[in-house]
Structures are given as C-alpha cells and as structure tokens.
Ligand binder design. Sequence first.
Ligand SMILES: Cc1cc2nc3c(=O)[nH]c(=O)nc-3n(C[C@H](O)[C@H](O)[C@H](O)COP(=O)(O)OP(=O)(O)OC[C@H]3O[C@@H](n4cnc5c(N)ncnc54)[C@H](O)[C@@H]3O)c2cc1C
Length: 412
Amino acid sequence: MPTESKLNTDLSSAFDVVIVGGGLVGACLAIALEKLPLRVAMLEAQGGGAMPAVFDQRNLSFNEATLNALTHLGVLPMLSRPSGDIASIETSRVGDFGRVWLRAADYGRSYFGQVVVASDFGEALEKRLALVPNLTRLRPAKFVSSTLDGDSRVVVYSDASGAEHSLTCSLLVGADGAVSSVRSSLGIPSESFDYGHSLFVCRLQMRKPPAGIAYERLSAEGPIAVLPRGDGHFGLVLGVASDDVARVRGMSDAEYVAYAQDRFGYRAGEFVSVGERSVYPGMRVVASSVVADRAVLVGNAAQSLHPVGAQGFNLGLRDAMTLAELIEDGESSLGSAVMLSSYVSRRSADRDRTMQMSHSMATIGTAQDIASRVMREIAMVGAGRVKSVQARLVGGSMGYAGDVPRYCRSAS
Ligand SMILES: Cc1cc2nc3c(=O)[nH]c(=O)nc-3n(C[C@H](O)[C@H](O)[C@H](O)COP(=O)(O)OP(=O)(O)OC[C@H]3O[C@@H](n4cnc5c(N)ncnc54)[C@H](O)[C@@H]3O)c2cc1C
C-alpha cells in the first residue's frame, strides 16, 4: 500500500490511478489493484455495448507465468470454454534440416502453457471486472491529452458525443495498445519495424483433434503456427508476404485450406476446413521510454511484438503485475520518480530479452542467404540436441526468466 500517496478527495473526477485502455493488459492491471485502498478509473474507447476489437478470434498462448497470474487474479475460473494445453512444441523450417522438439514432460510439467481464444478471454475479463469494487469504468471514453499539474496529471477524454471531460490522477497508465495516444501525448517517440509480411489468423479443423502439440513452422514467406485449442479445433496463424496479401485474401475457404496445407505440409495431419480469417500486419513498435512524469506505459503501448513468438500479452502482463506489485508494496509514493525508476529497472532485462527473442523468431525463418541458412541450421540443430539450450528456451518462454513479479511465480 502506498505510504505517502495523497488520496484524492473529489469523488467525481479525482483518482489515484487512471488506466487508459481496457484491453488485455489494462483490464488485468485494474483487477490487480482491486484490493488496494485506491480510486482507479479505466478509460476505454469502445462503448460498453461491445467488447474492444482486440478480443477477436486470435488464439492466445498463455505461458505458465501468465496462467499463474490469471489464477491469482481470478480470471481463469471465469472462462466459459476449456483452454487447450500445450504439452509439446515443435519448431522447424521449410527446406532446412534440424528441428526443436520441446516436451513439457521432460521438465516435470504437464504443459508449457495453454491456448485461449481472445474473445473467450474478453468475456472472462468482463465478468471479473464487474466484481472490482474500487474501479470506475468510463466507456466510450477516448483519451485526448494529458498535462502535468504539480504532483498530478490532468487527463482529458471525449465521450460518445465528442464532449470533453477531465480527470486528475497521481499516476497515468498508458495501456492503449500499439498506436498509443498516451505515448504520443507524453511526447515519447517510438520505433517501428515492418517484417514484410502479414499474418492470417483463423480456426482450423483437421482430420484428427489436437493432441497437445503446438507447431511453429518457419518459412521464407513468413512463419506458420498450428496451435491446439480447447474446443477440438486448432488455431492457424499463417504469415503471407506483403505483396501476396491481396491474392490470399481473395481465396475461397477451400482454396485457402489447400494453400495452407501446401505451405505447412502434413506433419500435423490433414487440414479439413477453416473459419473466418482476420489479417494483421507483421510489425514491431517499441517506445523509446516507458515512463514520463507521473506516467507509465504498459503492454503494447510500451512494446508491440511480432505475434510469432506468442509473447506480446505474456510480456505485457508482466509489465502490469510488476507495476501492481510496486504500488502494493508502497516503498515509494504512488507515481513518484522513485517508483517509476524502480519500474524501469525491474522491467528492462525481461523486456529486452523477450523483444530480442520475438524478433529472432520473426526474422530467422525468412533470411535466405547462405550464411544465414548455415547459422540457422546450426541454431536449430543445436537447440534440438543440447539440453542446456533447451532449458534456457523453456525458462524464457514460460515467463520465468529475470525479475519475475510475485503473481507470476506460482499459482498458489
Ligand atoms: C494474431 C495475433 C496473435 C497473438 N497471439 C498472442 C499469443 O499467443 N500470446 C501473447 O502473449 N500475445 C499474443 N498476441 C499479442 C497480444 O494480442 C497483445 O500483446 C495484447 O493484445 C496487448 O494488450 P494491450 O492491453 O497492451 O493492448 P490492446 O489489447 O491493443 O488493448 C488496447 C486497448 O486500448 C483501447 N484504446 C486505444 N486507444 C484508446 C484511446 N485513445 N482511449 C481509450 N482507449 C483506447 C483499445 O480499444 C483497446 O481496448 C497476439 C497478437 C496478434 C495480432
């Protein structure tokens, strides 16, 4: 609990924490703050009649650290459909030797993580958020700007009619995604990297049901992933070179099934049918700083990763859980420079390593020159055979590397 935090007194517009963005990370942060004597507001651009667009058909792989935190937050029991266990992961590349085959059983675990459809996750978060007593939800409420006023931030947002309102807070949290207005308003620059492909995402039915194996197949055109869902289907993620996106978009379902099977091969079995496809650009966006006076960026607003490593939310949740822990421990006052600098130092190693891992996975498959191919095959064969390399891969991708926030360490 913050020791020196001045609790705000104006009940209508003064808050301790204002979270902008009620997506995956912002919602989890609001839940994590529920037991603290704080007044928290969450602004979400999407109105209450529908879920934010991010809760779509994408398949989210939650690593073990994330599952631990979501258990503490009471979100997992709210899922109305079963999640799919990832008991092993096979990574290979079209046209190369070597593959990495990781089995959870070899590490004394029944699974590495679980796959949850984003729309199911959104419904579970919505049910859980309804039980949070100290949270004021404003929606539709579109963040417009923010200015510093002594020890507070003044936050301006617009409602459905376009009318503007203001709030004050001791700490502003930007959880408003990759195209973050909070980040721009704070004057924090960001760097973007275009991977040159887009990702087609859909539900896939195969001749046989999932058996707990997640497949990552790298290729020159972009990565492909086949993930075991809990509803008897698979999640298919298919990278398509930017100059071929229009052609693939135009395919009928039957043509798309044949195309995906041809690209992926038969190592997971025969593809039968697909659901509706959504398309996402393969981009990385990284903020040059994650803090400003009385403000912090978390989740995609701080770093938006290529989805191939399935790490974006896992990493963003560790941002949120670390911030919640610093606020709860109250070793420095809410939103102070000391608190923000602790946040930066606790997050930097995990952030750098996870961004690097995702970037390597997104690029290692596409390079075609001889030197890159040789290095790639050495890496794949090495990781496939050497236990210590595998152990590092497993520890990192399960979310246990570095300074792990408490909630992520264990489920109990
Ligand atoms: C195809 C695909 C697959 C993925 N798979 C995985 C995976 O397997 N595992 C994983 O860990 N991650 C995965 N990710 C990444 C994951 O989806 C993101 O990391 C996650 O959504 C980030 O959450 P966030 O809350 O930071 O941002 P978002 O989820 O983008 O939420 C931002 C919220 O802010 C709101 N907002 C935006 N602007 C404003 C404003 N001006 N005012 C108020 N509100 C605003 C938006 O409406 C939205 O609700 C995947 C991503 C994609 C595209």
